[in-house]
Ligand binder design. Structure first.
Ligand code: PLP
Length: 382
C-alpha cells in the first residue's frame, strides 16, 4: 500500500509549459510556446566550459558561488547600474532564476504573511508563496497594456504585507516598468517593513531604446530587495539552469542559510567559464537589438494573419488577440491551434490563478527565422 500524504500544493497540476510542449511534440507542431531559443548559443562560451573541465574545475566551488564570477557580476552591476555590490556578501550563484526566487521567498515568508503579486504572473510565483504558508494577494495588471495600478497596490497593503514581487521585462506580456513605476514603488514601501522581490531575468532583452529599470540602481530599495537573474536567459542556454541573486549583506546571509542546505553549490565549469565570458560587455549589450530584430521579423510576418499583436517592449514574448479568428476561450483555442493547425502557443489565462481570460495567447519569438516562417505559414491559413 502506498502511504497517503497531504499535498502541500493541492491546487497545482502540471505546468502549462510542460502540457503545451508535450502537446506540441505529440502533434508535431511548431513550438512557439515555451520560452527557450532554438538557435545555438555562443560557441566561445561552450569552449570555455570545455576548457574549465579540462583544466580541472570539476569539484565544488564555495556555497556562495565561484568568487571570480561574483566579482565579475559586481563589476557589471557597477558599470550598468552604478550599484555598489560586494561580491563577498551580496551575491549568491543559484541553479537558475526560479530557484533564486523560491529561495528568497522561503527565506523571508512566515505563515500568514501577504505577498503582493501581479497577474498575469510567471507560473512559479504563487505556488512558491503558498508552499511557505503565505498568502498571495493577486492584483491584476491593467489590460491591455499590462501596467501596474499603483492606487490598487496602495489600497491592498495591510499590516501583514511582507513583500511585493515585480517582474520587468515581463513574462508573459513583454511590458516593462518605467521610472515612474519605481517612484510609486518607493512611495509604497517607504517607512514600512515591506520587502521587494525583483525578477529581472530578461534584463537585457529590452527594445525600442527603453532602459531597464533595475532595482540595483536604487540604493534605498536595495536595503529591502532580492534581485534575481538568469544566465540561461542572457546567454541562450536555458538548459544550464544557472542564475544568481543580489541583495544586501543582512538579507543575503539569511538567503544563504536556506540555499546551503538545498543546493549548496552550483555547476562549477559553467561558473568558471562565465567568470571570463561576462567581463566582455559585448556578450550582453547587443542582446536587446538581437531579440528586437526577431520581434520585428515576427511582427512583419504576422501582419498578414488575423491575429492582433499587443506591443512587446522586452522579454522573449509577444501576446496576441485572436477575436477575428475565434470566440473560444484561450486554452481551448491554444489547444486546437496546436492539434489542428500545428502551432503551439501559451494561453495567457494560465498565468492567472483564477484563469482570467482576455482571449489572448503568448508567442515566443526567440526562434530561428525558419521556425517563425514555418509557424506563420500555418497561421496564415486561419
Ligand atoms: C519571469 C521569469 N522568471 C524566471 C524564469 C526562470 O529562469 P531560470 O530558467 O533561470 O530558472 C523565467 C523562465 O522562463 C521567467 O520567464
Amino acid at each position: 500500500m502506498i502511504p497517503s500524504i497531504q499535498s502541500k500544493l493541492p491546487e497545482v497540476g502540471t505546468t502549462i509549459f510542460t502540457v503545451m510542449s508535450g502537446l506540441a511534440a505529440e502533434h508535431h507542431a511548431v513550438n512557439l510556446g515555451q520560452g527557450f531559443p532554438d538557435y545555438p548559443m555562443n560557441a566561445e562560451l561552450t569552449s570555455l566550459v570545455d576548457k574549465a573541465m579540462r583544466d580541472g574545475y570539476n569539484q565544488y566551488v564555495p556555497m556562495q558561488g565561484y568568487m571570480p564570477l561574483r566579482e565579475a557580476i559586481a563589476e557589471k552591476a557597477g558599470k550598468l547600474y552604478g550599484a555598489e555590490i560586494h561580491p563577498g556578501t551580496d551575491i549568491t550563484i543559484t541553479p537558475g532564476g526560479t530557484y533564486a526566487i523560491y529561495t528568497a521567498l522561503t527565506t523571508v515568508l512566515q505563515p500568514g504573511d501577504e505577498v503582493i503579486v501581479f497577474e498575469p504572473a510567471y507560473d512559479s510565483y504563487i505556488p512558491n508563496i503558498e508552499i511557505n504558508g503565505a498568502v498571495a494577494v493577486r492584483l491584476p495588471l491593467r489590460y491591455p497594456d499590462y501596467s501596474i495600478d499603483w492606487q490598487l497596490v496602495r489600497a491592498s497593503v495591510t499590516s501583514r504585507t511582507r513583500m511585493i514581487m515585480i517582474n520587468s521585462p515581463h513574462n508573459p506580456t513583454g511590458a516593462v516598468l518605467r521610472e515612474t513605476d519605481i517612484q510609486e514603488l518607493r512611495k509604497v514601501v517607504k517607512d514600512t517593513q515591506i520587502l521587494i522581490l525583483s525578477d529581472e531575468v530578461y534584463e537585457h532583452l529590452i527594445f525600442d531604446g527603453v532602459q531597464h529599470e533595475s532595482i540595483l540602481k536604487y540604493p534605498d530599495l536595495m536595503e529591502r530587495a532580492f534581485v534575481c537573474f538568469s544566465f540561461g536567459k542572457v546567454y541562450h542556454c536555458t538548459g544550464w539552469k544557472l542564475g544568481y541573486c543580489i541583495s544586501n549583506a543582512a538579507l543575503m546571509a539569511e538567503f544563504r542559510k536556506v540555499h546551503q542546505y538545498n543546493c549548496f553549490s552550483c555547476h562549477t565549469p559553467s561558473q568558471v567559464a562565465l567568470a571570463t565570458f561576462i567581463r566582455d560587455g559585448e556578450t550582453y549589450l547587443g542582446l536587446g537589438n538581437f531579440l528586437q530584430e526577431k520581434r520585428d521579423y515576427f511582427i512583419r510576418s504576422m501582419a498578414a494573419t488575423k491575429f492582433d499583436l499587443l506591443h512587446s517592449y522586452g522579454s522573449y514574448f509577444i501576446c496576441a488577440k485572436y477575436h477575428r479568428i475565434s470566440r473560444e476561450n484561450d486554452t481551448g483555442f491554444a489547444t486546437r491551434l496546436t492539434m489542428e493547425n500545428k502551432v503551439a502557443t501559451i494561453p495567457v489565462s494560465a498565468f492567472y490563478k483564477e484563469g482570467t481570460d482576455n482571449q489572448v495567447i503568448r508567442f515566443c519569438f526567440a526562434k530561428k527565422q525558419e521556425t517563425i516562417d514555418a509557424a506563420v505559414e500555418k497561421l496564415l491559413l486561419l
